[in-house]
Design a protein around this ligand. Structure first.
Ligand code: NAD
Ligand code: TDX
Length: 331
């Protein structure tokens, strides 16, 4: 198959491209705008015979049409992805996440191309810390931030294009990813690279907020499974039973790097900060037979820490500007 992967120079998209090249015979074309979050170096070393890189915008309808016409399937990762940025300037989130997804849907509709839409558990809002419930495919949408509301909007566009126009699409909503190639603005890489630089980790508010962590490679395997075996029109939740409070994660990063567990600072909380996310991925596991490989979070985190220690040249150019932005917000 010829796969068109949007956002393939970003964190999860690049992990998916590596996964596809390693585990299948598919050819991949990446369409990526190379925003501040995209990095061509995340695809370095992959064979030219299997991978074509196109720098461009998913809102560019003629370009999207040409690339979709040449593809057997589209896997759509491209997005503005950071909640804090969406509070500062929501506009690019509306443009890329909504108009960009609309542009892709119109192209796959014209060409009859299989489409898989990558989304997030944040579309469901948040849960109380002591709520025994977890998100399922039937949880009502209740997004909190400009980021999650634009992702929710893009999911609803996909559902409508399936029902109204018969587009052959599936959707997956995944929990928080960690692993190599994640931008240093995000929680885990920010704290790892802070400690590597001799700076203290920064915890928003109390640090009691809970995220449900999954390794990016497990996310990639799940997406490939849905692409191959998923039922058209269906949504699948992806998660690996990895609930941890932010405080627990920071303490684990510190102790893994040989520092005292309490050597972190509390900083200004994120406005509207979602309390807890938790995914029930039974549908994906029982219907399609997927299971995560990274069941030991401490081991996956240690491997991720090693990756950042060994890839200073990949993240160092972005670190100062990222921290300057956070400092300006009191974070
Ligand atoms: P990222 O910010 O690391 O990467 C996004 C990529 O999209 C970048 O390479 C960027 O250059 C590209 N891009 C942005 N706007 C574009 C445009 N207009 N045209 C073309 N390319 C554009 O994001 P990520 O964390 O890898 O997230 C990828 C997808 O996964 C997103 O759809 C996100 O909502 C979803 N998701 C992320 C997580 C997570 O934990 N990071 C969890 C669940 C779902
Ligand atoms: O310095 C920090 N300190 C801190 O306590 C940062 C950057 C974050 N946090 C907290 C906020 C969250 O509770 O850590 C948690 C994780 O923060 P982010 O990495 O910004 O992720 P989150 O807001 O949970 O969203 C992520 O998961 C769902 C991705 O960025 C989204 O793209 C995805 O949809």
């Amino acid at each position: 198959m010829n796969l068109l992967v949007t956002g393939g120079a970003g964190f999860i998209g690049s992990n998916f491209v590596h996964h596809v090249i390693e585990h299948t015979d598919h050819r991949v074309t990446v369409l990526d705008k190379l925003t501040y979050a995209g990095n061509r170096a995340s695809l370095a070393g992959l064979p030219d015979a299997r991978l074509t890189f196109v720098q461009g915008d998913i809102c560019d309808a003629p370009l999207v049409d040409e690339l979709v016409a040449a593809a057997d399937a589209v896997v759509h990762y491209a997005a503005e992805s950071h909640n804090d940025n969406s509070l500062d300037d929501p506009r690019p989130f509306v443009d890329t996440n909504i108009i960009g997804t609309f542009t892709l849907l119109e192209a796959v509709r014209r060409h009859g191309t299989r489409f898989h839409h990558i989304s997030t558990d944040e579309v469901y809002g948040d849960l109380e810390l002591d709520d025994p419930a977890r998100f399922t495919e039937s949880t009502p949408y209740n997004p909190s931030s400009p980021y999650s509301s634009t992702k929710a909007g893009s999911d609803l566009l996909v559902r409508a294009w399936v029902r109204s126009f018969g587009v052959a699409a599936t959707i997956s909503n995944c929990s928080n990813n960690y692993g190599p190639y994640q931008h240093v603005e995000k929680f885990i890489p920010r704290q790892i690279t802070n400690v590597l630089r001799g700076e203290r980790p920064k915890l928003y508010g109390s640090g009691e907020n809970v995220r449900d962590w999954i390794h990016a490679d497990d996310h990639s395997a799940a997406v490939l499974t849905i692409l191959e075996k998923g039922r058209i029109g269906e949504t699948y939740l992806i998660g690996a039973d990895g609930e941890k409070s932010n405080k627990e994660v920071v303490e684990l990063i510190l102790t893994t790097l040989g520092q005292p567990a309490d050597a972190y600072d509390h900083v200004t909380d994120r406005p509207g900060h979602d309390l807890r996310y938790a995914i029930d991925s039974s549908k994906l596991r029982t219907e399609l037979g997927w299971a995560p490989r990274y069941s030991d979070f401490a081991a996956g985190l240690a491997a991720t820490i090693d990756w950042y220690r060994d890839h200073d040249a990949w993240w160092a150019p972005q670190k100062d500007a990222t921290e300057a932005r956070y400092r300006a917000q009191g974070q």
